[in-house]
Design a protein around this ligand. Structure first.
Ligand code: SF4
Length: 337
């Protein structure tokens, strides 16, 4: 049976009904589980008894590592079955962003990614996804800081490969009775899982979507991202166009820049040609180092030259993503347990 932490509000009401409990208590129980603004002692005696008999997902904290600049904190969390994940809290001026994991390991096997080297061990449940946010909010509350307002589903795993858990977790996190996050402030990062993009577009709320491209031809992209063979660039960009049409949201295109692999003027021109006319914003990410991949980030000069070509010839906005937590292995593609 699912833990209480896994349940959306409507699933919780169904569970209460099944157990013969008045569903008028659903709102208070949902708050207790997902936000902590209700204490167990605020509930009636029989409800308290019912809640204490249910399972709640509270991961154990195994380690915390803090970057040298103090802005990035990476936590290793362990769930009841002993499986571990990493979750990251990134501090910016006046706000915090949570980088949340969706799977233990990942099946996508991107060659530059430490998580991909683990293979897929298992999916996280909805409650194991939301528990990371609740945990990080607890950390911030201890420091007397405001709760998280921005989430990137960019931790371990391909979130759209675990769509059932992801969609339930999104429903919980945006529920005003829970953390009440804005869908616009939740970014789903995918390596190009086309059926998942199409399902995401059909959800009742419109989330921000970030698609990792990294190569402008199928041959080049396929060398870095094996699943390009299954969902080639033409299908992927078609799904992005449809996402914008159905949700009204522009799509963010992530491009990890690897020296000598995808940072040339020719590749910048190909990328500009591919994206011209689309509602997109390109984020360039200089490669973060990982143990088993020998690639390096390009020089700053090369990065700027690449940016200029894509911006001018594609007539699209391009930015260089601020790199965070590289020294503690908390950057994109570095998470591994
Ligand atoms: S980059 Fe993302 S999708 Fe690719 S292997 Fe790593 S975690 Fe999986």
């Amino acid at each position: 049976m699912n833990s209480l932490s896994d349940l959306t509000f409507s699933q919780l009401k169904d569970r209460l009904q099944q157990d013969g409990i008045n569903s008028a208590n659903a709102s208070a129980i949902f708050r207790l589980v997902n936000q902590g603004s209700v204490e167990l002692s605020d509930l009636g005696k029989n409800i308290q008894h019912w809640v204490t008999e249910q399972e709640l997902l509270q991961p154990e904290v195994l380690r915390e590592v803090v970057s040298a600049d103090g802005y990035t904190r990476k936590f290793v969390l362990r769930f009841r079955d002993g499986k571990e994940i990493e979750t990251v809290l990134m501090g910016y001026e006046g706000r915090h962003t949570a980088c949340i994991s969706s799977q233990v390991g990942c099946a996508m096997g991107c060659v530059f990614c430490a998580t991909g080297k683990m293979g897929l061990i298992r999916n996280l449940s909805a409650g194991e996804i939301t528990a990371q946010v609740h945990f990080l909010n607890g950390v911030l509350a201890n420091d007397q800081k405001a709760p998280i307002r921005n989430i990137v589903m960019m931790g371990m795993g391909e979130p759209l490969h675990n769509f059932t858990s992801l969609s339930a977790a999104l429903e919980i996190l945006t529920d005003p009775r829970g953390p009440g996050l804005s869908p616009a402030r939740i970014s789903i990062s995918t390596v190009g899982h086309v059926p998942g993009i199409r399902k995401l577009a059909k959800l009742p709320q419109n989330y921000s979507l970030s698609v990792s491209l990294h190569g402008a031809s199928d041959e080049e992209r396929g060398r870095l991202i094996p699943i390009n063979k299954r969902w080639p660039i033409s299908d992927l960009l078609e799904s992005c166009r449809d996402y914008t049409r159905e949700t009204g949201r522009k799509v963010f295109i992530a491009w990890t820049l690897i020296e000598g692999a995808n940072d040339s003027d020719v590749q910048a021109r190909c990328l500009a040609k591919l994206l011209r006319g689309m509602e997109v914003h390109v984020n360039l990410i200089p490669l973060n180092p990982t143990e088993d991949f020998e690639g390096r980030p390009p020089s700053e000069e090369r990065i700027l030259a690449f940016l200029q070509i894509v911006r001018d010839e594609g007539e699209i906005p391009v930015t260089i993503r601020q790199r965070r937590g590289i020294d503690v292995g908390a950057g994109c593609g570095q998470l591994v347990v």
